[in-house]
Design a protein around this ligand. Structure first.
Ligand SMILES: Nc1ncnc2c1ncn2[C@@H]1O[C@H](COP(=O)(O)OP(=O)(O)OP(=O)(O)O)[C@@H](O)[C@H]1O
Ligand SMILES: [Mg+2]
Length: 450
């Protein structure tokens, strides 16, 4: 006899909990059931499963369990777009009395304000600034959710996460931790550091079909080939998927390129397949300096998305894509992790980025995160994950990306500028005031443990 699967509704939570999933009482995936059980048994948990495999559900369950114990949770994410998405989902729990705050750094949210909430959703930068204002808030927490924990080593976008987690653990050793990631190859190292059980699986509910775009064709990893036509291969892909109802997300490496490439797609998109006269900007909207540029392209169902846009415009664009008004979106890494978007197709147009004066290939971890935005369960039952190769060298690199594990997570803590800043931070927060105290703190960090 086949055993009946456990559903969300069997967890014993109020019916309103299902609103986090638009009312759907999903069967739990085996890794979700295992992670929830381990957390209930008192363990910290590191959930290392592919993109789109439902890691947030584990975090939401832990948050509810923590609330039931009368304690507060903090949910730390790397990107503002992701904070907005998690906040809008978690706020549905207000119906059962869970007070949820969003704190992303656009305005100053004081630690005392935070004390009025049961769940705080924030970026790692904001968590860092809250702790600097008042490290005692770490004592007020029962749970920290570290989403996309592989970013502890990221110099560019997440230099704060390791410091934030280390500080919270140091000030409040009893804190419970739920850490989530799809792209950790050295799982044990990270689990040892946070003192957690591991839940590990290769299961991705929506399969991704990876391929490389090179010289007017797509070479799939399964050996299939597909010819492309026209001047620009990516535009051909946008149009051919659009004719079958699929939306495309393109990643590029700079703001300027996202604007230019979005414009190019908007001029060549198949006019028969887009909605006409969409109401995108309200009559008397805010004055974003990009509004004029955006106006004409959104009428063609295309937009760009980058950190230079105002928060309000970015949210509007994300919603336009989610609602299917925008058919193609060209983004910088502002949408590279965690977000749920209806992208049947992801194309990484630029495999390199300028850094310290050189053009360098992106880390595999970041490539996998971007590709993981394709094929999300609530939107699509298939996903296409394409890398664009502009040269033979890029083609070979694309092959390597698609056939190897991401690089191990390493600490970024001992970069010189950061170290000085962190030492001063520890002193000013009163966490460590002597040389011994500082050494003791650093021995508790991921850098110190590995
Ligand atoms: N058991 C389930 N059955 C069906 N759909 C589910 C289930 N659990 C979660 N989902 C849905 O799957 C989608 C993706 O979930 P989620 O955002 O948590 O993925 P993730 O693992 O965090 O991915 P990423 O690594 O990209 O952040 C969500 O829309 C969620 O509602
Ligand atoms: Mg996630």
């Amino acid at each position: 006899m086949v055993e009946a699967k456990m559903k969300i509704g069997d967890l014993g939570y109020p019916a309103e909990f299902l609103e986090l999933f638009d009312g759907k009482n999903f069967d739990l995936y085996p890794h979700q059931e295992e992670a929830i059980r381990k957390f209930q048994e008192g363990n910290n948990v590191l959930v290392s499963v592919p993109t789109a495999a439902g890691k947030s559900l584990v975090a939401y369950s832990a948050i509810y369990e923590t609330f039931r114990r009368g304690l507060r949770s903090i949910y730390i994410v790397p990107l503002k777009a992701l904070a907005g998405e998690k906040y809008s989902e978690l706020s549905r729990l207000e119906k059962i009395g869970i007070r949820v705050a969003l704190s992303v750094g656009d305005y100053d949210t004081s630690p005392s304000f935070i004390k009025n909430y049961d769940v705080i959703v924030c970026t790692s930068e904001k968590a860092d600034s809250l702790l600097h204002h008042d490290p005692s808030i770490a004592d007020e927490l029962g749970l920290v959710v570290a989403d996309e924990i592989h970013l502890i080593g990221d110099e560019g976008r997440c230099p704060k996460l390791e410091m934030v987690l280390s500080t919270i653990k140091y000030v409040n050793p009893g804190i419970r931790i739920v850490a989530l990631s799809a792209t950790i190859s050295n799982i044990e190292d990270v689990a040892d550091w946070i003192g957690s059980s591991i839940v590990n699986s290769d299961f991705r509910p929506v399969p991704l079909k990876p391929g490389i775009i090179y010289r007017k064709k797509i070479t799939y990893m399964n050996g299939e080939e597909e010819k492309l036509k026209g001047e620009d291969e990516v535009i051909d892909i946008v149009n051919s998927h659009l004719s079958r109802g699929g939306q495309t997300l393109v990643f590029v490496n700079s703001r300027k390129r996202s604007e230019e490439y979005a414009r190019r797609i908007s001029l060549a998109i198949d006019q028969n397949l887009i909605m006409k006269n969409i109401e995108f900007f309200p009559e008397r909207g805010e004055t974003d300096r990009y509004e004029e540029t955006l106006k004409s392209m959104v009428q063609n169902g295309v937009s760009f998305h980058h950190a230079g846009l105002s928060g309000e415009t970015r949210t509007r664009i994300e919603k336009g894509f989610k609602d299917g008004l925008l058919k193609a979106l060209v983004a910088t890494p502002t949408l590279a992790a965690g977000v749920n978007l209806p992208a049947r197709v992801v194309v990484i147009r630029d495999l390199t980025r300028y850094s310290n004066g050189y053009s360098q290939f992106l880390p595999n971890m970041e490539i996998q995160q971007m590709l993981g935005r394709a094929g999300r369960p609530q939107y699509d039952s298939e996903g296409y994950a394409y890398l664009y190769a502009a040269s033979k060298t890029s083609f070979d690199m694309a092959n390597t990306y698609l056939s190897t594990d991401p690089e191990p997570v390493k600490s970024g803590m001992f970069q010189e500028s950061l170290l000085r800043f962190n030492v001063l931070g520890l002193i000013s927060m009163g966490i460590a005031t002597s040389k011994e105290g500082i050494m003791d703190f650093f021995s508790s960090t991921f850098a110190g443990k590995t």
